[in-house]
Design a protein around this ligand. Structure first.
Ligand code: S3P
Length: 166
């Protein structure tokens, strides 16, 4: 059993993933945490040292490794499905769930988040919404390939997620 949660930054992959894993008796793995441990650098450090291009290669390697793990719920990085043939690999090696949030909700969550995300660092609210609108439009063609699309306009309870995924 291997479930991938995909979706934009701030869509709740970690929160939902932890609840889902607990309910299904699986282990939750956050891809960014996995990358940081494997590389002994934080995500912002990797972006600073290697640029986004370098990060995407490291992210791809992490996906290859994680796609061999069993009995896991994997919270992917927001951009992970949208580079190389990562989405094909996700689809071939597990079930995928797209947590689809509106730009308004995503911006709200990201504004309040303590996680440092290099792609949106230093953006004010207006710039953040414009950035989300633009990148989400480009990314949706990958996200939409997920086996399940969970469209939400509120914070999802564990029960709601479980119901749909089951
Ligand atoms: C990114 C999302 C981040 C992290 C990196 C790039 C993206 O993960 O992988 O900062 O390109 O959307 P989260 O979606 O967990 O924030």
């Amino acid at each position: 059993m291997r479930i991938y949660l995909i979706g934009y930054m701030g869509s709740g992959k970690s929160t939902v993933g932890k609840g889902l894993a607990k309910n299904l008796n699986l282990t939750f793995i956050d891809m960014d945490d996995f990358i940081e441990q494997r590389n002994m650098r934080t995500i912002p450090q990797i972006f600073a040292d290697d640029g986004e291009e370098g990060f995407r290669k490291i992210e791809r390697k992490a996906l290859v490794e994680l796609s061999a793990f069993d009995d896991v719920v994997i919270g992917t990085g927001g951009g992970a499905p949208c580079f190389f043939d990562n989405m094909d690999m996700i689809k071939k090696t597990g079930k995928s769930v797209y947590l689809k949030g509106s730009p308004r909700i995503l911006a709200q969550r990201l504004k309040n988040s303590k996680v440092e995300r290099p792609l949106i660092k230093g953006k004010n609210e207006e710039e953040l919404i414009a950035f989300i609108d633009e990148t989400l439009a480009k990314r949706e063609k990958w996200y939409k390939q997920a086996d399940v699309v969970l469209d939400f306009d509120h914070d999802l309870s564990d029960e709601e997620v479980l119901e749909v995924v089951k």
